[in-house]
Design a binder for this molecule. Structure first.
Ligand code: HEM
Length: 197
């Protein structure tokens, strides 16, 4: 029988499933990735749908409230994700990836991070342009800060709309690249974003 101390040491050395290793993403990074990805796609669809609602539609006020509330929660999740990323560095690229693919992936991931924040900040500037705070599902309020930009609601609205379209286009490219790695190259790029490879 193995001495008890040796078993304890082996367990201590086994990498935690929660954290990234050099070869795969950990559960926390995976949860952040798929929760934010789902929320962003949902926010995009909801955003497009709600702009077409008439004043008399029962969802006319409720849909923007839900859109704003989820937007604030995604912002909080993204700040937490970035902080977590400092303590839990990303895995090394999949060994079969070419140099240009690694560089392209870095650029696309950087665009996704920057785009997400830019979309969320412009959304905040639309919602708070008239000095009103954002109520997040009635749980807490995010106060207005900047209200002095000329035609703030219109300018931020225009920026928010086009940045959201750009973000979804980049996310679609990113998803296609992940699928190309999975289906054509048959490597572990997509599988390891579900933590098992
Ligand atoms: C709006 C939707 C999405 C956003 C905003 C998004 C964002 C990101 C970001 C920022 C990263 C880099 C993570 C980091 O370095 O910390 C990443 C990685 C990844 N994403 Fe997405 N993503 C989205 C949708 C998708 C979809 C639909 C797929 C699959 C079909 C996918 C597959 C992957 C994979 C496989 C990685 C890991 C790449 C690697 O290991 O180098 N993503 N994503």
């Amino acid at each position: 029988m193995m001495p008890r101390t040796s078993v304890t040491l082996e367990n201590a050395e086994r990498p935690s499933l929660l954290r990234n290793t050099s070869e795969r993403w950990g559960l926390i990074a995976v949860a952040f990735h798929w929760t934010v990805a789902l929320a962003v796609i949902g926010l995009f669809v909801l955003g497009l749908w709600m702009t077409g609602l008439s004043y008399y539609d029962p969802w006319y006020r409720q849909a923007p409230d839900i859109h704003r509330s989820i937007g604030v929660l995604v912002f909080i999740a993204m700040v937490a994700r970035l902080v977590w990323r400092i303590f839990d560095p990303a895995p090394a690229p999949v060994p079969s990836h070419k140099r240009w693919e690694i560089k392209a992936a870095h650029v696309v991931h950087g665009l996704l991070y920057a785009g997400l924040f830019a979309v969320m900040i412009s959304g905040y500037l639309i919602s708070t342009a008239d000095g009103r705070s954002i109520s997040v599902f009635g749980l807490f309020e995010v106060p207005a800060t900047i209200t002095s930009i000329e035609k703030q609601e219109d300018v931020a609205g225009w920026v928010h709309y086009w940045l959201a379209i750009g973000l979804i286009a980049v996310a679609a490219l990113h998803a296609l690249a992940a699928l190309k790695h999975h289906i054509i190259d048959k490597d572990t790029t997509l599988k390891r974003m579900f933590t098992r490879s």
